[in-house]
Design a protein around this ligand. Structure first.
Ligand SMILES: Cc1ncc(COP(=O)(O)O)c(C=O)c1O
Ligand SMILES: [Zn+2]
Length: 452
């Protein structure tokens, strides 16, 4: 290990000594509750009302500096939208994040009764989820704020993204994950040299712990003390969608919801694009997607309530979305309601079916969150929130190799069931055995569908 990968011990930097940065287009921070303005710094709660802080920009200055042509001429990746991100300059080092394809989903669209479905394939980022976007922005800020340790409270994908980003820029990483996390996600974070802190509790319990640790240790918790910067990274998904559609917006966007930050920030991206003159404003309906076993926002939506009752014990295979007390839940709920969208709760068996159906019709293997998203497209379509002629963009935010639970694919605990997968016991290495197996038809599969 070199001093490149493990930073030297923290030099004592107190909050007050940390540099306060100015930016040509970034103004500062503002409380989303009471509107109080704060200087740009590693802070995330309003000192007056404890509301969440959000980055603000000088939209007039941005309007004067960028046009579709200036952006299109830039290299691919999230930094092509630099003026709309809270970073002064692209960091000198780091992973290649963003500019994921927006693919026409004609075959899966037919199954969903949609003529114009787009799949934003964010399964292809460096650590195979959209979390690379948020981490890239938080890491750039962590470097300018002078931190030497990156940390996060993760439902899984964030751990890998944080670990990889830290490795790429030479910071130390501590990632906090629930102890029951999928082993693939744990080994993924370990591979990058991160310290994985396994917590025997729910995401909400470990998140509360991280709030306390962030107060004690001088670490850059990407989604705690750097949350205002981190969350802005999610805007790049919305910015890319608009650019890839030829600088215009679709009718509907379907977004998986855990903390609710992603949905909120894609909406903010669309608003900002109109504010800076890159697109014509138009109404977009937002549909949120949650797993039924942890669906506090969908439950509030269904009840017509503004209160989001926490889910104390999430029970779902969709671990990436298992946040029982979502920090941005009420903002996501409000956007879904205000725009004429919805928040849907999808059962695990339905999620499993859509993962397989997507892979079999489009060749895209998504993690469980993507199955939930397609389940939400289907549910919103059936309820008339989405019409057959609507142009719909579904966000596929993580790769299926991260959640390789055999049960998702119709295998039993020993991996031997042939019911829906066509996977049969091994055969002898002889042509006779093969011909016998082929003519038996034992390998033939049921049409791809939901798991019962
Ligand atoms: C794959 C995937 N999609 C979507 C989300 C939702 O993100 P947010 O917490 O911003 O709602 C997460 C969060 O961990 C995730 O891992
Ligand atoms: Zn406030």
């Amino acid at each position: 290990m070199t001093s490149e990968t493990i930073a030297p011990p923290a030099t004592e930097v107190t909050t007050d000594d940390r540099p306060r940065l100015s930016h040509e287009t970034t103004r500062g921070l503002r409380c989303r509750n009471c509107g109080r303005e704060e200087a740009l710094g590693p802070s995330y709660v309003c000192p007056a009302c404890f509301g969440p802080l959000e980055v603000t920009y000088d939209y007039e200055a941005i309007r004067a500096r960028i046009s579709p042509d200036t952006i299109t001429a830039r290299p691919p990746g999230i930094w092509r939208y630099l003026e709309l991100l809270p970073v002064e300059a692209p960091p000198p080092r780091g992973l290649a994040v963003g500019s994921s394809p927006l693919l026409p989903g004609a075959r899966i669209g037919r199954e969903l009764g949609l003529e114009h479905l787009w799949l934003k394939d964010d399964t292809r980022n460096p650590t195979l989820s959209f979390k690379d976007r948020v981490v890239a922005v938080a890491t750039a800020r962590a470097l300018t704020f002078g931190f030497d340790t990156l940390a996060c409270a993760s439902t899984g994908n964030l751990a890998g993204a944080t670990a990889a980003a830290a490795a790429a820029v030479g910071l130390r990483a501590f990632v906090f994950v629930p102890a029951d996390l999928e082993p693939a996600k744990v080994s993924h974070a370990l591979a990058y040299g991160a310290t994985v802190v396994r917590i025997d509790g729910t995401y909400d319990e470990l998140n509360r712990l991280c709030l306390e640790v962030a107060d004690e240790e001088n670490w850059a918790f990407v989604n705690v003390n750097l949350r205002p910067f981190y969350a802005e990274g999610s805007k790049t998904l919305g910015l890319e969608i608009a650019e890839q559609l030829g600088w215009r917006l679709p009718d509907v966007v379907v977004v998986p919801v855990a903390s609710g930050a992603l949905l909120t920030k894609v909406a903010k991206a669309f608003e900002e694009l109109a504010l800076v003159g890159l697109i014509e404003p138009r109404p977009v309906r937002f549909v949120g997607a949650q797993a039924a076993g942890c669906s506090p926002v969908a439950t509030a939506f269904a009840r017509g309530s503004d209160e989001i009752a926490p889910v104390r014990n999430p029970d779902t295979i969709v671990k990436s979305l298992a946040i029982g007390s979502p920090a941005d839940g009420r903002y996501a709920l409000d956007i879904a309601r205000r725009t004429g969208g919805s928040v849907e709760a999808v059962e695990d068996a339905t999620t499993a079916g859509w993962i397989r159906r997507l892979a079999a019709t489009e060749g895209i293997f998504t993690e469980t969150a993507g199955g939930v998203t397609l389940g939400a497209v289907d549910a919103a379509r059936r309820r008339g929130i989405i019409g057959p002629d609507d142009e719909v963009v579904a966000l596929l935010t993580g790769n299926g190799l991260k959640t390789p639970d055999a049960r998702l694919f119709g295998l039993d605990a020993n991996g031997s069931s042939a019911a829906q997968t066509g996977l049969t016991p091994p055969i002898r290495p002889s042509l006779d055995a093969f011909e016998e197996w082929l003519s038996s038809g034992a390998w033939s599969r049921e049409p791809v569908g939901g798991l019962a």
